[in-house]
Design a protein. Structure first.
Length: 129
């Protein structure tokens, strides 16, 4: 692996699971204290996005199997389904500190590539007719 590249498991995780920087930061926040259950309001106090966006992101991460509901559905806890995924998320957290720009590029380059692919199939009005 070249010094400026990300490991394959990290790149795959980011391109398949993470759609925004907010989503990554919320996942990493909960991953820092895996024994703690976080309410959406507590996450909002740290992330300072919007309360609705934080709630939506927590629910997206839960549906992806990365978080679970605790306290009768009032809080979320870090809970990837296996140790390999926990290790990959741990690698993402370390690399986010060391190579933040590379991580951000990996998240948004996939979205950009998908946008370019979709644009190729958009119907355009025929200029001749």
């Amino acid at each position: 692996m070249a010094p400026n590249e990300l490991p394959a498991d990290v790149r795959t995780f980011l391109t398949e699971q993470i759609r925004s920087l907010e989503q990554l930061e919320i996942l990493l926040l909960l991953g820092q204290t895996p024994e703690k259950s976080w309410t959406p309001a507590e996450v909002y106090q740290v992330v300072r996005s919007s309360e609705r966006s934080v709630g939506d992101t927590l629910e997206t991460l839960r549906k992806q199997g990365l978080l679970r509901l605790e306290n009768a559905g009032a809080a979320y806890q870090f809970s990837p389904p296996n140790d390999q995924l926990k290790d990959t998320i741990g690698s993402v957290a370390r690399l986010y500190v060391e190579r933040r720009v590379k991580i951000v590029e990996a998240i948004y380059s996939e979205v950009s590539e998908l946008d370019q692919f979709a644009k190729a199939f958009r119907l355009r009005k025929d200029p001749n007719g």
